[in-house]
Design a protein around this ligand. Structure first.
Ligand code: GRF
Length: 201
């Protein structure tokens, strides 16, 4: 894809909850360190606090709720999300705290154009409660990973990682907070690097 330096890549951000990584993307765009625009935010949960973060965004970013329960199969749910992303001209899909695994059909449809942020140094501790898993295993270093999404849980080629120390006396909460701070830096930075490397030539 050939793009001029001034064209902003259209992001589709998928969320399920708090949306602090979505906020980090919005902040980086506002600061000019991320040459992208959020074309649409899709949530599988109508009550996701992430949705209220876009209420104040100017120009207003559309927020679309696609609930799993409204579709008979996982494939139909995935297709509904993919249709919303296509309708909004999304070029890169960002999973930012999206708590569902997308199927092979979705991954094929957006081949190489879906990234995820995960709060561990993958391939260690995929899945839920990555920080709790890290503490239970007694690792001394954990961190966060941004990776391309394939049809496996938290699989796919690793794009970037930041290591975070696990300190004596850490709780799941304190470790999560230390990792989250790094997530907020790593995700927008990696998206910008992708734009420069893959889309901006
Ligand atoms: C983050 O820790 C992210 O790595 C994980 O889910 C959490 C989402 O947080 N996938 P938020 O919704 O972005 O605040």
């Amino acid at each position: 894809m050939s793009r001029s330096g001034k064209v902003k890549l259209r992001l589709g951000v998928l969320v399920s909850g708090r949306g602090s990584n979505l906020q980090a993307i919005l902040d980086a765009i506002a600061e000019g360190t991320l040459s992208a625009e959020v074309a649409v935010v899709v949530s599988d949960r109508p009550d996701a606090p992430a949705l209220s973060r876009i209420d104040d965004a100017a120009p207003k970013i559309p927020g679309v709720v696609v609930e799993r329960g409204a579709y008979p199969t996982g494939e139909a749910f995935d297709d509904a999300i993919a249709d919303v992303l296509d309708e909004h001209g999304v070029e890169l899909v960002v999973l930012a705290g999206f708590m569902r695994v997308l199927g092979a059909g979705f991954v094929r449809r957006f081949q190489g154009r879906v990234v995820n942020i995960h709060p561990s140094l993958l391939p260690s501790f995929p899945g839920l409660h990555a920080q709790r898993q890290a503490l239970l295993h007694g690792v001394k270093v954990s961190g966060c990973t941004v990776h391309l999404v394939d049809e496996t849980l938290d699989g796919g080629p690793i794009l970037a990682q930041t290591a975070v120390p696990v300190l004596p006396g850490d709780t799941e909460e304190s470790l999560s907070e230390r990792i989250l701070k790094e997530e907020h830096a790593l995700l927008p930075k990696t998206i910008q690097e992708m734009i420069e490397a893959r889309f901006n030539n």
